[in-house]
Ligand binder design. Structure first.
Ligand SMILES: [Zn+2]
Ligand SMILES: [Zn+2]
Length: 210
């Protein structure tokens, strides 16, 4: 059983004005703050960010059919180059909120399809319904699983981690790396020799000064 609906929650809607006469219609718009975790791991609406909702409530035999559109700015990062990105998300949804006393009827209808549907049935409680689970499913389904900053984002250099979109000519030459390694080694040896010599000279100078 769900906890009682909180009528102060911006995602809880009252259906009393609509009435229970099948065919009755009500349209409403509301901007709500995004609840926590409205998205997937890589992209989503930041908590508290505005989510615009346009809803059409229709009284049907078994409950209230809610058809709507959600709009929000979602933020995340490119999965290839980790650059922050922003998208305007617009997603449609439709959900039936069943009257508690329409139980038997709704279940009969679902029985032939999928037993699990029974558990997914959303209900009207105290003439109200909670849109949050619907909004959550809608947004998550509409979000890209692998958002990219641009379709052909080349990602990061596997050698040094530089963002390749910023440096189209960036490359490492395999031969250069080997040469660089050899040169580095040669310089280390030379430096070592110099250091020894320098040390010896410094030592001599010191002795001479004393
Ligand atoms: Zn990218
Ligand atoms: Zn690189």
């Amino acid at each position: 059983m769900n906890a009682r609906l909180d009528h102060r929650s911006p995602l809880v809607f009252d259906t009393r004005e609509l009435g229970r006469r099948p065919g009755a219609l009500k349209r409403l718009s509301r901007t709500v703050e995004a609840p926590r975790d409205l998205g997937n791991e890589v992209i989503g609406a930041p908590e508290g960010a505005p989510v615009e909702l346009d809803l059409r409530l229709e009284s049907v035999m078994d409950g209230v059919l809610v058809t709507g559109t959600a709009r929000a700015t979602v933020k995340g990062e490119c999965v290839r180059c980790l650059e922050p990105l922003e998208r305007e998300l617009e997603a449609d949804f439709q959900e039936l909120f069943a009257y508690p006393d329409a139980d038997a009827h709704v279940h009969d209808k679902d029985a032939g399809e999928d037993v699990e549907d029974e558990e997914d049935t959303l209900y009207i409680e105290d003439d109200m319904f909670d849109l949050e689970p619907v909004l959550r499913d809608t947004v998550v389904l509409a979000l890209p699983m692998q958002p990219v900053c641009q379709d052909d984002c080349p990602g990061l250099c596997s050698e040094c981690g530089v963002r390749l979109a910023d440096e189209p000519d960036h490359h490492h030459d395999a031969v250069d790396i080997r040469w660089a390694a050899l040169q580095g080694l040669a310089e280390t040896i030379k430096d070592g020799e110099k250091d020894n010599m320098g040390g010896a000279e410094a030592g001599v100078d010191e002795k001479q000064e004393k």
